[in-house]
Ligand binder design. Sequence first.
Ligand code: FAQ
Length: 328
Amino acid sequence: MQDTVRGSDAAPPTSEDAGRLAEFEARIANGESIEPKDWMPERYRKQLVRMMSQHAHSEIVGMLPEGNWITRAPSLRRKMILLAKVQDEAGHGLYIYCGTETLGVSRDELVDQLLTGKAKYSSIFNYPTLSYADVGVIGWLVDGAAIVNQTVLAKASYGPYARAMVRICKEENFHKRQGYELVAHLANGTPAQRAMVQDAVNRWWWPSLMMFGPHDKDSPNSDDLLRWRVKRFTNDELRQRFVNLTVPQARAVGLTLPDPDLRYDEETKNWEFGPIDWSEFWAVVRGDGPCNRERLAARNKAHAEGAWVREAAAAYAAKHSRQEMAAD
Ligand code: FAQ
């Protein structure tokens, strides 16, 4: 399994550590950024490796559901947009793997955890993409949810992660806009197009709400992450923010959301929503979602087929380092 971050593996703090911990927490309280060579509690490092690696894996596995439609895009324009978007997700994965490596873990190790099924990645990418409308709805809802989460992570206390998020969020904004533009186009199209996009919304709505993680009371990692300002808001707070932003967008294009309990609360100014099916969420997280096995098989196949590229790149780097040493 991935490195545990549970309490039992932590050595009891020495008085020197207690002083360093107080200094570290004072820096965080002061809004300072923690950088790779700074002292940090082992638990902070492990929490970051856990969360950042899961995030990087999500970006890479997240290429698969939409990538499924690249060869069947309905026009050259749609194909170019989708290609650019899926390629961006690969870049996001690479920035975050690089950020995770600054915490003393190698990318090979992280990729191995993904390929052997030991690592988690976002539940959302274990659902199938059944029509081209799914491409629009993923951009609108899934990238929309990612933006709500990641805009806050751009202020996370760990510098390399926060800086990666700034750039990623700029690109995610383009992703969301292209998705919403496609959704609006279909919603204003023929009855068949309208039915297709409504069906996609019906399938992606609840899994999008699950992206924010379990309810706060069932979120064992939130305490550490909030105390050390990796997270700035809880899972439930960000989920609510997403719902509040998204309901008016659905209404603007005449689409409905599949929740009979959805209603606006004048007092809290929130869109209250119905219960989330957590048994579905945990089944997907455990590996029993509709596409978990397919996704891992696709990543393993791609990794095996890319072996010759990694070998050639390593041979090229070795050749250049020999040439540089000879020239010195
Ligand atoms: N799926 O204690 P918490 C994208 C696990 S966006 C699977 O609340 P935490 C863009 C969690 O790991 C998607 N597992 O955990 C894109 C933990 O298990 P562990 C990725 C989940 O960390 C768009 C356990 O449940 N974004 O890729 C999920 O405090 C379109 C208990 O949970 C990020 O990763 C889930 N949804 O809060 C790409 C953002 N939720 O590790 C392509 C960064 C929870 O103890 C196409 N991550 N779990 O064994 C975060 O903000 C946080 O890690 C949360 C979870 C909010 C995801």
